[in-house]
Write a new protein. Sequence first.
Length: 171
Amino acid sequence: MKNSHPELELHPLEEHHISLIDCWLRKEHAKQWFQDPEEWINEIIKRDSEFSFLKHFIVYSDNKPIGFCQFYLCADADEEEFRMFPKEGTYSIDYLIGEEDYLGKGFGKEMILKLCSIVFNKDDSKMIVVKPDNDNFLSRTVLTSAGFSFDKAHNVYLLLKNAHFKNINQS
């Protein structure tokens, strides 16, 4: 099913995007999920050094920036919730629609699908694991609609490489 809105484009983050992301992180719809905007901005500022394992993107719709997303190899982040998964080939993603006018209209799903395609085009990628906040119903719903399965044992959402490309080819 095709969306009725312009196709999204993901562009690598540039320096001039940082103030926009900072603004988005402080908006009401984002604050409860991104509780420490300064920490997120610090990671972005240090993207060429300490946090070089994070790959950031700005999401555009019709040449307008509407959100941001990132991916990383779980082994590089060494987050406790992902340690039970294989170190090789396991990635995670983070995402935010920053502009309120784009919420609830399918942009989140499209952004996630595009980001997953970028990750799964990496030779070493095997799976993507995401752990949204338990109370973030919208994030959990959009992950499911993008083809992720909920792993009750680990309280995470999983998407295997072959399942992603099968879903993409069927849509």
